[in-house]
Design a binder for this molecule. Structure first.
Ligand SMILES: C[S@@+](CC[C@H](N)C(=O)[O-])C[C@H]1O[C@@H](n2cnc3c(N)ncnc32)[C@H](O)[C@@H]1O
Length: 104
C-alpha cells in the first residue's frame, strides 16, 4: 500500500510545526489550561513539540511531575488511523523531553 497516496502521509517539517504553533499562540504560559487536539498525528511531529512546550512551561512554573502528567492527560490529544504511525508518534512524543521522562 502506498500510504502517502491512500492516507495522505506527507509529514510536516519541524521548523514549520514551530512556526504554526507560534502563529496560533501555543508558545506562552497561557497554554497550561488550553486543550489541544492533533487530529491526524502521523509520526507525532506536532505532538512532540506540543508536549515539549507544555512541559517547559510547567517546569518554569515549578509544577510537580505527577501534576504535569495529569495535565498532559487532560489537555493534549492525538488521533492517528495508521497503527505504525500511531506507535511512532507515541515513541517520538516520549522522546520529546528525555531528561524529564527519566525523572518520571
Ligand atoms: C498529511 S499526514 C500529517 C501528519 C502530521 N499531522 C504532520 O503534520 O506531519 C496525515 C495523517 O493522517 C492520518 N490519517 C488519514 N486519515 C485519517 C483519519 N480518518 N483519522 C485519523 N488519522 C488519519 C494518516 O495516516 C497520516 O499519518
Amino acid at each position: 500500500m502506498v500510504k502517502h497516496k491512500t492516507l495522505g502521509q506527507v509529514f510536516t517539517l519541524t521548523w514549520i510545526v514551530n512556526e504554526i504553533l507560534d502563529l496560533v499562540g501555543y508558545n506562552n504560559d497561557n497554554i497550561l489550561d488550553k486543550y489541544i487536539l492533533e487530529p491526524s498525528s502521523g509520526d507525532g511531529v506536532f505532538l512532540t513539540e506540543i508536549v515539549s512546550r507544555y512541559i517547559d512551561v510547567c517546569l518554569k512554573q515549578q509544577i510537580e511531575t505527577n501534576q504535569i502528567i495529569e495535565r498532559l492527560e487532560k489537555y493534549v490529544y492525538g488521533v492517528e488511523l495508521d497503527k505504525v504511525e500511531f506507535d511512532k508518534s507515541i515513541e517520538n512524543t516520549l522522546k520529546s523531553d528525555e531528561s524529564y521522562i527519566y525523572e518520571v
